[in-house]
Each structure stands twice: as structure tokens, then as C-alpha cells.
Design a protein around this ligand. Structure first.
Ligand code: DX5
Ligand code: ZN
Length: 218
């Protein structure tokens, strides 16, 4: 069954604890926390102090997605602030293997995020480093904003990555992020994704629990 991570980016940011409670009641598996630095992406969101405040408000795992330049600088600090999973972009890392190892050594699942226009060939040398609990996050929109439309051209990339995993005997997860709803989630699951991030679809639903059920394809 696909895991669901609820992105709070388009939630009511003045009442984050309430958003976290809505996510818990929806039955989602994790809370997706998007960090933007105005440099790697043309937007700013929230960072360490907000994560520290949010951490005690929920027992849900917090799935931190760093959309920042030079993420290695911040790995330790985000883990200390409460990240339970941590992904960073391959495009913004001067040494993705070292960054991956830094997350792994802290004992939490590590994710390598890949923007829609970035070829999978860049990932190839990193694949042998992935443990079963780690993941590749394939962006299905351009990083920077919630509420965008899914880019269908990423579907073949999900399939190809699943094949690359199979060829290399890797059982890590494939997370997809951006424009995920009841239709695109089915397409992504069929293509091989097993971890779905959903923001505006889930939090905008009259019944977030029903939205989670549909996202899982149940
Ligand atoms: C985009 C973020 C996504 C986004 C998802 O830069 O990484 O996590 O918040 O939101 P929706 O589901 O609304 O596209
Ligand atoms: Zn994200």
C-alpha cells in the first residue's frame, strides 16, 4: 500500500498545530515539510525555528524536503530540529554522496530529490548507496510552489527509475511530489511510486480521510 505524506505548505500556516491534527486524523503516514531558501527556488517558506515549534505538536513523522542551496550545511540542524526523514536536491548539492551519507549516519531515512528536468543518469552513481529505508523523491512539478499541475512527462521517469532499482537490486522507495490527486496518484502508483506527497488536494478536501483513501487507491 502506498504511503502518504501530507504537505502543509498550502495549509493554514497561522495554525500549524491544527493542520498537523487534521493530517493525523486523515490517516496520512507523515507530514511533508517544504523548506525553500529563495536561492535554489524562487520562494521562501519556513525553516528551523518553525520546525522546532511544530515538532512537539505531532507524533507523525516529519518528512523534511530541503529545496535549498548547499544542503549539507543544514543536515545536522534539521535532524536536531525534528526531521524524521530528510531529502535534499541533487541539483543543489556540491557533493550529493557526502550529503546522503551525512543523513544516513544520523540514522534516519535519506532521500535524493530530483527536479523534473534533471536526467536520471545523474543518480546512477548514487544508487548503490541507497538503503531499503531511503528514497528518491521525483518532483512532478517544478519545485517552489504548492498547488501546481502535475507534469505527466515525469511518468516514464518513474518507470525508468523502478527499472534501474530492479537492475541494481535496490528496494528503496520512490516518492513523488507535486500535483498529486486521486487521478495522478493512480498513474504514479501504476508507474512504480510507493510514497506520495499530497498538499492542496489533501488539505483542500472536504474529507481529508477520504482523500487519503483515494490516494492509496483503496
Ligand atoms: C513544491 C513542494 C511540494 C508541494 C506539494 O515545491 O515541494 O511538496 O507543496 O503541494 P501540492 O500537492 O499542492 O502540489
Ligand atoms: Zn515537497
Amino acid at each position: 500500500m502506498a504511503l502518504i505524506s501530507a504537505s502543509i505548505l498550502n495549509g493554514d500556516l497561522a495554525h500549524l498545530a491544527d493542520v498537523a491534527e487534521t493530517v493525523r486524523r486523515s490517516g496520512a503516514d507523515a507530514l511533508h515539510y517544504d523548506v525553500m531558501d529563495g536561492c535554489f527556488v524562487d520562494n521562501l517558506s519556513f525553516g528551523l525555528p518553525v520546525l522546532e515549534r511544530l515538532r512537539p505538536c505531532t507524533k507523525l513523522p516529519i518528512d523534511v524536503h530541503l529545496m535549498i542551496q548547499d544542503p549539507l550545511r543544514f543536515v545536522e540542524r534539521f535532524i536536531r530540529a525534528g526531521a524524521d526523514l530528510l531529502s535534499f536536491h541533487i541539483e543543489s548539492s556540491s557533493d550529493p554522496a557526502q550529503t546522503l551519507r551525512a543523513v544516513q549516519q544520523s540514522g534516519i531515512p535519506a532521500g535524493i530529490a530530483v527536479s523534473p528536468d534533471t536526467p536520471l543518469t545523474l543518480l546512477q552513481p548514487l544508487l548503490p548507496l541507497l538503503r531499503p529505508e531511503d528514497f528518491v523523491l521525483l518532483m512532478t512539478v517544478q519545485p517552489g510552489l504548492g498547488g501546481q499541475s502535475f507534469i505527466p512527462g515525469v511518468l516514464p521517469k518513474i518507470r525508468r527509475l523502478r527499472e534501474m532499482f530492479a537492475d541494481a537490486g535496490i528496494t528503496a522507495h520512490i516518492e513523488v511530489d507535486g500535483g498529486i490527486n486521486e487521478i495522478t496518484s493512480a498513474q504514479c502508483r501504476e508507474a512504480g511510486a510507493d510514497y506520495l506527497v499530497a498538499g492542496s488536494y489533501l488539505l483542500g478536501s472536504a474529507s481529508p480521510a477520504e482523500a487519503v483513501r483515494l490516494l492509496r487507491g483503496l
